[in-house]
Design a protein around this ligand. Structure first.
Ligand code: PRT
Ligand code: ZN
Length: 304
């Protein structure tokens, strides 16, 4: 008699990241700053996690959503442009959603824009009616055209989208743009944005039910700390108690400050976590409002 079937319990987490490309270095750096380290394998497709039972699979970015959907990888670092496009394709094929963005990672920023030849006098999206638009993002583009009530031909290309108008393959393009240099070099101009994209940590729709759940929760905790830390500085200064209310009005973006009484009198020492930039101008304003001994310190590590 064969033994009873048991559910496969996985106790290591596998994260897919781009093998080589714009997202590979920042993805590794971000995971490393969460305390992960790996032993590189010779084929460099799989990196065994050393500090934690979290392994990396190095793949093409386009394969990442499918690897999560198939359960080959648990999580992945991928552009939201790819995640949304492939999510839309799944729905069009009648498949259930299989992944979702778990965290925005703050790198790999770009826009998905419609661009037209420089010499078009742009009057609005209605101009795209009946035109051919080349793109590698047919699902996002088709959905947008539907919302705009525009009937246009979507020409699907896997690369070199920007030269399609010059080659006579299309009238306009819908492609990723960061600096805009590629569009300019191809005598195109961006006229409207369909999507603002950045890299995300993608994962399955539901949480993990086995040991991977604990690992994923720990990774997210550390990731949240890293993301907050990147955007945070510690502000230290002294002030008189009577100046406190005025100073706090200049600091709407600080978390509840720690206020310590100095010398048992009216003199206070304050420390506050600030988000965003703490410019010279802001320090000057604080000084004018009575702050003394202002110091802005970097934050090394955070855990809520
Ligand atoms: O081999 P693999 O399939 O893994 O890599 P890939 O060539 O498909 O991807 P890669 O490394 O080019 O991009 C990976 C991800 O980076 C994308 O999915 C986006 O989420 C993000 N990203 C950010 C960009 C850009 N910026 C970007 N500018 N991806 C592509 N571009 C291209 C764009 O397609 C155009 O050709 O860069 C050109 C435009 O750049 P600018 O600066 O001239 O505007
Ligand atoms: Zn790709």
């Amino acid at each position: 008699m064969s033994p009873p079937a048991t559910a496969v319990v996985r106790d290591r987490l596998r994260i897919a990241i781009q093998k080589s490309g714009r997202l590979s270095d920042p993805a590794r750096a971000m995971l490393a700053s969460c305390g992960l380290s790996w032993r590189e394998s010779r084929d460099r497709l799989f990196c065994h996690g050393e500090s934690l039972p979290i392994d990396l699979l190095l793949v093409r970015d386009d394969d990442i959503p499918g690897l999560i959907a198939d359960g080959i990888c648990d999580l992945g670092v991928v552009g939201s442009n790819v995640l949304i496009e492939q999510g839309g394709e799944r729905i069009a094929r009648g498949l259930a959603p299989a992944y979702r963005p778990w965290r925005e990672l703050g790198f790999g920023g770009c826009r998905l824009d419609v661009a037209v030849p420089d010499d078009w006098e742009w009057t609005g999206t209605a101009q795209l009616q009946g035109k051919r638009i080349a793109t590698s993002y047919p699902s996002i583009l088709a959905q947008w055209l539907l919302e705009q009530g525009i009937d246009a031909d979507v020409v699907v290309l896997s690369g070199s989208v920007e030269i399609a108008p010059r080659l006579g393959q299309a009238d306009a393009v819908c492609d990723l743009v960061s600096s805009g240099a590629t569009l300019a070099a191809n005598q195109l101009k961006a006229v409207t944005t369909l999507l603002e994209s950045q890299a995300v940590l993608a994962g399955p729709i539901a949480d993990f039910k086995d040991a991977r759940g604990e690992l994923a929760a720990m990774l997210l905790r550390r990731l949240d700390g890293v993301l907050r830390q990147k955007d945070s500085r510690l502000l230290l200064f002294q002030a008189q108690r009577s100046q406190l209310a005025g100073l706090m009005r200049l600091l709407p973006d600080v978390e509840a400050p720690t206020v310590m009484q100095v010398d048992g009198g009216d003199s206070l020492a304050l420390q506050a976590l600030c988000h965003g930039s703490m410019t010279w101008q802001r320090l000057e304003d604080l000084k004018r409002a009575g702050a003394r001994g202002l110091m802005v310190l970097p934050v090394e590590r955070m855990l809520a």
